[in-house]
Write a protein that binds this ligand. Structure first.
Ligand SMILES: Cc1ncc(COP(=O)(O)O)c(C=O)c1O
Length: 377
């Protein structure tokens, strides 16, 4: 079956923060990371069926949902995860905060910059010391910079894998470099793999750190969620994969009183995604790959802007340094294009992030506005 991703959904009258920011203004919103597509039909049906039941009392996480997630991880990520290792969470970012709070050693955080800001905010939320490290121009971890962070006392690594905002993946050599440091220095890693189902190359599949480097699996908490790939940000549900029994117990203790009871509609949607969403997702990935190529070709014709080709995510990292713009998103907004500025990711000046999870026609209009902004700069 084919889905028509060219057919967008009008979100202007919904409660979308993406579209609400520019309500009443002619600005195309390509910023916050959700997509302008309706969910897969089996997810829609599962939500409707659950809604029709009409009773929404306290609910346990159904074992069938954990089984569906475990089967998904096996099928898509080649990762064997017993359901007993899965800890349900209300969403990924609350999970990252709670996971850090669950650690025994006083955490000193580090993360690669540019960074998805809510990950960095964990340090501020919990008043913890932090020494970030760098991402290279090629989008990989700068392990020498990580060494300096470790020397400064960092003992807990927060990762976005694949990486938001750059869209890069990390290869086995990178994983092994990190794993060596985890072993030598006794680090803990919290790996946010929410973008792991969004690899753009046909047939490419995410391989998480804990699966590729089993020697450190007990020191890694991996956060997963159907939220990004299945466009369920407004119906959040996430899982922590915690192979270490002690860490799992600590995390579960931390969750007490801090998280709401399971959201029955979100859980129905998540299970439908993992059980029946695969054909839709594969089709979506083909469309997003086409969008990335279309965008890259369009941007190649615009002087002064360089697009870092994403290997994953529906986010394109635009390098506008050659234009001398301190805050590209500010300039572009004045030309009708609403992007996320690089400064929101603690990047050096001159970058912006464009969300291409939208119909191609929207991208076409965005490219025209980008070209016009550069021409009149
Ligand atoms: C890397 C990353 N982690 C987490 C989230 C948000 O996850 P949640 O809404 O489940 O907290 C996002 C959303 O953009 C993200 O990009």
């Amino acid at each position: 079956m084919a889905w028509n991703f060219d057919q967008g959904v009008d979100r202007t009258q919904s409660d979308s923060i993406k579209w609400g920011r520019y309500r009443g203004r002619d600005v195309l919103p390509l910023w916050v990371a959700d997509m302008d597509f309706a969910v897969a039909p089996p997810i829609q049906q599962a939500i409707e069926a659950r809604a029709r039941h009409g009773v929404f009392g306290y609910a346990a996480v159904p074992p069938s949902l954990l089984e569906a997630a475990s089967e998904w991880l096996k099928r898509r990520w080649d990762w064997t995860v017993p359901t007993a290792h899965l800890v349900p969470l209300p969403a990924v970012i609350p999970g990252a905060n709670l996971a850090v709070r669950a650690l025994e050693l006083a955490p000193h955080l580090t993360w690669p910059t540019p960074v998805y800001d809510p990950l960095a905010q964990v340090a501020e939320n919990l008043s913890l010391p932090a020494t970030p490290f760098d991402i290279t121009e090629g989008g990989t971890w700068d392990l020498a910079s990580l060494d300096r962070a470790i020397a400064a006392g960092a003992n807990t690594v927060l990762l976005s894998n694949p990486h938001n905002p750059i869209g890069s993946r990390f290869d086995l050599a990178q994983y092994q470099g990190l794993a060596k440091r985890v072993q030598v220095h006794g680090l803990t890693v919290i790996s946010d793999d929410i973008h792991g189902d969004l690899l753009l190359s046909p047939g490419a599949r995410h391989r998480p750190l804990a699966q590729q480097c089993p020697e450190i699996a007990e020191r890694v908490i991996t956060l997963i969620s159907p939220g990004k790939a299945f466009n369920l940000a407004g119906l959040p549900f996430a899982l922590a994969v915690v192979p270490c029994h002690r860490l799992r117990r600590q995390l579960k203790t931390r969750l007490r009183g801090q998280t709401p009871a399971g959201n029955v509609v979100a859980m129905a949607a998540a299970e439908a995604a993992y059980r029946e969403g695969e054909p839709w997702l594969d089709s979506l990935l083909g469309y997003l790959h086409g969008n990335a190529q279309y965008l890259a070709e369009g941007i190649a014709a615009i002087p002064g802007v360089r697009m870092v080709m994403p290997e994953a995510t529906y986010l394109a990292w635009l390098d506008c340094r050659a234009l001398g713009w301190e805050k590209p998103a500010q300039v572009l907004e004045a030309h009708g294009l609403g992007l996320s500025d690089g400064s929101e990711f603690r990047a050096e000046p001159g970058f912006a992030r464009l969300n291409f999870g939208c119909p191609r026609a929207t991208l076409e209009a965005a490219l025209a506005r980008l070209a016009q902004a550069v021409a009149s700069a």
